[in-house]
Design a protein around this ligand. Structure first.
Ligand code: URA
Ligand code: CA
Length: 434
C-alpha cells in the first residue's frame, strides 16, 4: 500500500477500505507517513467527505492508536456524557453526582480547559484539597463503592487524533464533519464508555454556529457510536447565550451546588434533566425518559444528589464542608457591576464574547501554559428575554487582576443587546438525534 495512491483515491471521490484507513492511521501515528501527505489527505476528505462506514473505521483506528481504558471491572453500564463545548457549561458538575445518586456508575476521565473557562478538573480544583490524581485501582474502587470518580487523563488517549488535530488546525481542515465527529468519538471510545450521551451545542458560542451543521454533526457521531456498538444519543442544545448565570471555575461549582439544591438556573436544570434522563435510560436504570426525569427531580428534592457530590469530593481529598458553605470557595477581591445603558428587554447575549471576557479576567487559559484564577469570572444577572432598567446590573464581574478590567468592560458592552419591546426566551433544546 502506498499513501500516494490512497490520497489520489480520496481526491477522486472514492471510498477507503478499513484496511487502508488502519494503514494510514498507524503510519501517521508512527511517523512513517509525513505530515504533508496526511495534510493532503485531510484536504481531500474536506472536499470529498467520508461515508459513515469510513468515518466509523477512522474513529476506531484513532481510538486504538493509544491506550484503550478498560472499565470492565466496574459493574454496570458505563454511560459517558460529552459536550462539544459551550460557555458557562456547568452540566458535568451537576450530572455526575446526580446520575451516581441514581445508582448508575460514573467513571469519568476529564481534561483541563483551553479558552473561555477551565475544564471540569479546573472547576473541581477550586474545592480546597480536591485531586484527580487517583491510581487506577482507587478509581475503579471508588466507582464501585460510591458510583462516582473522576480522573485526569492517564496514558495517551487517541494520540493519532492529537497529531491529526494539530495538523488540521494549521491546514484549514478542522471544520469538516467526518473529521470532527471521528475526533470526538475516538476519545470517548478510548475512555471506555459503553454508552454515550452527546450534548451538541449550536449557536454563536458553539463550535457549530448553525443548527444545520449541529444536527449533521450530531447525526455523524450517533452513526459512529451505533456502528461501533455503543448506544449513542445526541441532544442539540442552545449556545447563543451562556448556560446558567455563572462563567468561571469556583463560580460554576457554586452554581452546580445551587442546582443540586433545587435552586439553580432554570436552563441549566432543564438541560441537566434532559441529558441525565438519557443517561439513565441508556444505562437501563429506568424504562423511559419520563420516569428518568421524575427520578432525577426526586434526587434533587431529597438532597441525595448533593450528598453524592459531598461523598465524591471527600473521597478525592477535597473539603466537603465547601458544599454546605460555598463561601469557602476561592473568592475574588472585587465585584464590578456591569450596568444596562437603557430600559428594555435583553434581546441578545453573545456567548462567545462573554466567554472571552471571563478568560480575560483570568478564568480561562489563553495559552496551554496560562495559569488560571479559580475565583474570577462573570455572573450574569439577566438573560435573553428578561426586562431590564437603565442602571440595573446586567452582570457582575468577579475580579482579582484589574489590569484588563477596562478592556473587558468595553468588550462586554458590545456583547449585550437591549430591545425596547418584549423579546421571547429562546428555545434551549432544538432536538434529539438517535
Ligand atoms: N473537538 C475535537 O475534539 N475535535 C475536533 O475535531 C473538533 C472539536
Ligand atoms: Ca454556568
Amino acid at each position: 500500500m502506498r499513501m500516494y495512491d490512497l490520497i489520489r483515491k480520496k481526491r477522486d471521490g472514492e471510498t477507503l477500505s478499513k484496511r487502508e484507513i488502519e494503514y494510514i492511521v498507524r503510519g501517521f501515528t508512527d511517523g512513517l507517513i509525513p505530515d504533508y501527505q496526511m495534510a493532503a489527505l485531510a484536504m481531500a476528505i474536506y472536499f470529498r467527505g467520508m461515508d459513515s462506514r469510513e468515518t466509523a473505521d477512522l474513529t476506531m483506528a484513532m481510538a486504538a492508536s493509544g491506550e484503550m481504558v478498560d472499565l470492565s471491572s466496574i459493574e454496570g453500564v458505563k454511560v459517558d456524557k460529552h459536550s462539544t463545548g459551550g460557555v458557562g457549561d456547568t452540566t458535568t458538575l451537576v450530572l455526575a453526582p446526580l446520575v451516581a445518586a441514581a445508582g448508575v456508575p460514573v467513571a469519568k476521565m476529564s481534561g483541563r480547559g483551553l479558552g473561555h473557562t477551565g475544564g471540569t478538573i479546573d472547576k473541581l480544583e477550586s474545592i480546597p484539597g480536591f485531586s484527580v490524581e487517583l491510581t487506577e485501582e482507587q478509581f475503579v474502587q471508588n466507582v464501585n463503592t460510591m458510583k462516582l470518580a473522576l480522573i485526569g487523563q492517564t496514558g495517551e488517549i487517541a494520540p493519532a487524533d492529537k497529531k491529526l488535530y494539530a495538523l488540521r488546525d494549521v491546514t484549514a481542515t478542522v471544520d469538516t464533519i467526518p473529521l470532527i465527529a471521528s475526533s470526538i468519538m475516538s476519545k470517548k471510545l478510548a475512555a471506555g464508555a459503553d454508552a454515550i450521551v452527546l450534548d451538541v451545542k449550536t449557536g454563536e458560542g458553539a463550535f457549530m454556529k448553525t443548527q444545520e451543521g449541529s444536527f449533521s454533526l450530531a447525526k455523524a457521531m450517533v452513526d459512529i457510536g451505533t456502528q461501533l456498538g455503543r448506544k449513542t444519543i445526541a441532544v442539540v442544545s442552545d449556545m447563543n447565550q451562556p448556560l446558567g448565570y455563572a462563567i468561571g471555575n469556583a463560580l460554576e461549582v457554586k452554581e452546580a451546588i445551587d442546582t443540586l439544591q433545587g435552586r439553580g438556573p432554570g436552563d441549566l436544570e432543564e438541560l441537566c434533566l434532559e441529558l441525565g434522563s438519557h443517561m439513565l435510560v441508556l444505562a437501563g436504570r429506568v424504562p423511559d425518559q419520563d420516569a428518568a426525569k421524575d427520578l432525577l427531580r426526586e434526587l434533587i428534592a431529597s438532597g441525595a444528589g448533593l450528598e453524592a457530590l459531598k461523598r465524591f469530593v471527600q473521597a478525592q481529598g477535597g473539603d466537603p464542608s465547601v458544599i454546605d458553605q460555598p463561601e469557602r470557595l476561592p473568592q475574588a477581591k472585587r465585584f464590578e457591576p456591569f450596568l444596562a445603558g437603557e430600559d428594555g428587554y435583553v434581546s441578545y447575549i453573545h456567548a462567545e464574547v462573554v466567554g472571552t471576557c471571563a478568560m480575560m479576567l483570568g478564568a480561562g487559559r489563553e495559552r496551554k501554559d496560562s495559569v488560571i484564577d479559580l475565583a474570577v469570572g462573570i455572573v450574569l444577572k439577566k438573560k435573553v428575554g428578561d426586562p431590564v432598567k437603565k442602571g440595573e446590573p446586567l452582570a457582575i464581574l468577579h475580579v482579582n487582576d484589574e489590569s484588563r478590567l477596562d478592556e473587558t468592560l468595553a468588550l462586554l458592552r458590545g456583547s449585550f443587546e437591549i430591545h425596547p419591546s418584549p423579546v421571547p426566551k429562546p428555545p434551549l433544546i432544538y432536538g434529539i438525534v438517535t
